[in-house]
Design a protein around this ligand. Sequence first.
Ligand SMILES: Cc1cc2nc3c(=O)[nH]c(=O)nc-3n(C[C@H](O)[C@H](O)[C@H](O)COP(=O)(O)OP(=O)(O)OC[C@H]3O[C@@H](n4cnc5c(N)ncnc54)[C@H](O)[C@@H]3O)c2cc1C
Length: 411
Amino acid sequence: MDLSFSPEDEEYRIRLRAWLEKHQAELAGAAGLMQGGGSANILDAIGMAREWQRSLYEAGYVGLSWPKEYGGQEATLTQQVICSEELSRSNTPPLINTIGLTILGPTLVQHGTEDQKRRFLPKILTAEELWCQGFSEPGAGSDLAALRTRAEQDGDTFFVNGQKVWTSMAPIADWCFLLVRTDPSAPKREGISYLLCDMHTPGITVRPLRNAAGGIHFSEVFLEDVRIPATNLVGELHGGWSIARSTLGHERSGLSGVLSLETNLIRLWRTAGTLQRGDGVALDDPTLRRELAQRWIELEGLRHLGFRTLTAQIAGREPGASASVGKLFAAELRSRIAGTALKVEGSLAQVAKRSPHAVDRGRWHAAYFDAIGHSIGGGTAQIQRNTIAERVLGLPRSVPDELVKGGGPGE
Ligand SMILES: Cc1cc2nc3c(=O)[nH]c(=O)nc-3n(C[C@H](O)[C@H](O)[C@H](O)COP(=O)(O)OP(=O)(O)OC[C@H]3O[C@@H](n4cnc5c(N)ncnc54)[C@H](O)[C@@H]3O)c2cc1C
C-alpha cells in the first residue's frame, strides 16, 4: 500500500485549495441552498447547484477521468482522489449531475456513437442537462434482468411503455437512461436494450415518492407510448444488458465515501462538545466519548481499505470485490454514526428539521433515516454480502449472475 503523494500531486492540491478558498462565498451559497437553508425555493437551489457545477467545471475540476476531446481533463487517478478529498473537506455540496457524471458519462465514452458522445457529454459536465437512471422497476431491483418495460421499434422510432421506480432526480432531470425489453421471447438477459430518453417527451408521468426522512429523493416514472428516436439506442439492439453491467461496474476507489463520513463525524464531535447535557456538555459523558472514538476507529479502517483499493487501481489492477467490502462497510458505518448522533442529542433527537429546537438544523434525525437508503441503493447490503462471500471468501454461488446489481446511484 502506498500512502504518499508526489510533489506534483501536492502542487495540484495547493492549487485546488487556493481556488476553493477564492470561491468560498459562492460555495457557501450553493451549500446552504442545497441543504434547504434560507428562504430559497427549490428552483433557486437547483439553479445555484447547476451554476456551482459549471464554475467547478470551468476551473478544471469536473470530468477528471474523461477524455479531453469531450471536455474532460484526463487527470491521473491520484489527482481524482485529491480532488474528491479537497471538495469533501471544504464541505462543497455534492455535484447536482452526479448520475450523469459517474454512470452515464463513462458508459457513453465506452459504448456511445461519436454523435452521442459529442451531443451529450459536454452538457453533462456543465450541468446544462441533468440525468436520471431508469433501471429499477416494481419486481426488478436486485433481479434487474426481470425488467418488463417494453420498447417496440417502428422504423426510426422506439415506442416505450412501462414503469420505472426509485428514479432519483426524476422530477428535475432533462434526460433518463433507460433499460427496456426489446425482445420478450429471448432469454431475459438477451432481450434488453439501452435507450436515452428525453424526459420532456409526451407520455412521461413522474410521481415523486416521499422517503422515510420526509424528503423527496426518488419517484415513480410511468411511460406511455413514449417516442424515442432510434439514434438514441446505445450499443447494439438487444445488447443493453452487458452495457448496463459495465455501467454498474464503474467502481469508485471508495475514498470519496470515507471523506463525507469524516466530515459528518467531525461535525458530530463538535456538536457533542457544545450540546448542553446536565451541568456540562454531551462529550463529558464517558460512554458517548468511547462510542465516538469507536466510530473514528471504524472510519480509519474504512480509509485504509480505500487506500488499498486505490493502490490496486493505480497499479492497473481491478479493485474487485474489495469495492463491495468498502460499500457495505461504508453504508453500515454511516448508519452507526447517525445512531451515535441520536444518542449525543438525547431527547432532542426526536425533533425534526423544521423545529426551532432541532440540533444542527435536524441533520442527524434525517441522516438516520437516509442511512437506510444507502444500504439499498446501488446494490443492497445482502447483495454485497453475496459478492463478498463468493469472490473474497470463495464460498459456493448462491445466485445466478443476472441477480447481482453491483453498483448504481442512490448513494
Ligand atoms: C436512495 C435510493 C436511490 C435509488 N435510486 C435509483 C435510481 O436512480 N435508479 C434506479 O434504477 N434505481 C434506484 N434505486 C433502486 C435500487 O437500485 C433498488 O432499490 C435496489 O437494487 C434493490 O431493489 P429492490 O428495491 O427491488 O429490492 P429487492 O431486490 O426486491 O430486494 C428486497 C430484499 O431482498 C433482498 N434480496 C434480493 N435478492 C437477494 C439475493 N439474491 N440474496 C439475498 N438477499 C436478496 C435484498 O437485499 C432486499 O433486502 C434507488 C434505491 C434507493 C434506496
